[in-house]
Design a protein around this ligand. Sequence first.
Ligand code: GLA
Length: 390
Amino acid sequence: MLEDLIKEFKEIFKYDGEVETFFSPGRVNLIGEHTDYNGGFVFPCALDFGTYAVVKKREDKVFRMYSKNFKILGTIEFNLDNLVYNKKDNWANYPKGVVKTFLDKAYKIDSGFDVLFYGNIPNGAGLSSSASIEVLTAVILKDLFKLDVDMVEMVKMCQVAENKFIGVNSGIMDQFAVGMGKKDHVILLDCNTLKFEYVPVKLKNMSIVIANTNKKRGLADSKYNERRSSCEEAVKVLNDNGVNIKYLGELTVAEFDKVKHFITDEEQLKRATHAVSENERAKVAVEFLKKDDIAEFGRLMNQSHISLRDDYEVTGIELDSLVEAAWEEEGTVGSRMTGAGFGGCTVSIVENDHVENFIKNVGKKYKEKTGLRATFYIANIGDGAGRYVK
Ligand code: GLA
């Protein structure tokens, strides 16, 4: 495939010399959802599929970007001296925002580059196609301009690009998983301190199965920002009543139970209840996984979904139908929505002997209920972003 991408790059940009190649994965989160911006724990891993780039540095200040996924938009061009968000530049705003953020942080980038992107992560499916292209751009910049910057710093800049340039107030989980992923390991990340640990996954006779609802996410970004604001409001209320915290993730469920009566707004209370309980679930679940108790880990995945459905209200008929069908299947250890929600994907742990039936039956029930066709992937855990040679 890489050879084909290089060939296509050379045709599009009419160039026949040396090129550089890079790869950046997608991610899936196993538990700890909507906890990152609440200063809590997340437990994501990088996938072995993602976004590829073929790149050639230029002598002038022009960037020319082409995506095989958006052929109809052709080559998108912009200049180093004019890095502003432009709706018509569509997907190219992601890499553009990353270049802008690097410049704002005084990293020396003095020319543009030509790039061809190709991604095999379904777009808008909650598997972080946007973080993938952001971190991909960061590793390209580091490499082409020989920048002295480590991955965690790049991850933080990519989050700034997403928040400030794109305008989605996301936490740090996606960029972190995409940048810091490690083959066959899941990352336990404390989003408050950015301390992290690689946890090896020994699923033996089981697989991680991702199911895509194929539902377009619509107003997801604004609803996402609303959830985040509700949690911040809840923190303010607690602060006003003498509870000295910066994030909901600082409270255990027991501590929260003692002070939650201060939150009188019902919606805020539900959102905060999810944030606190999910954070605790993530911590407990990882302990079970470390002890090889996958059954308990799966049970907590199921509870995570219920909390996201009832308290955080970010699931919807599509995600609920997929998860409920998964719960009914023999061999399902756990199943939940993953990512921001409002469509996108579910993640399930399924015994290998039952995967085939799982896909068949869950797909059938989902189609009956929603009229939509789900897509299934067996997830392999891959490495984070970097140079790609094959
Ligand atoms: C999106 C955001 C992440 C995180 C998840 C929910 O993927 O980009 O920062 O908040 O939703 O866990």
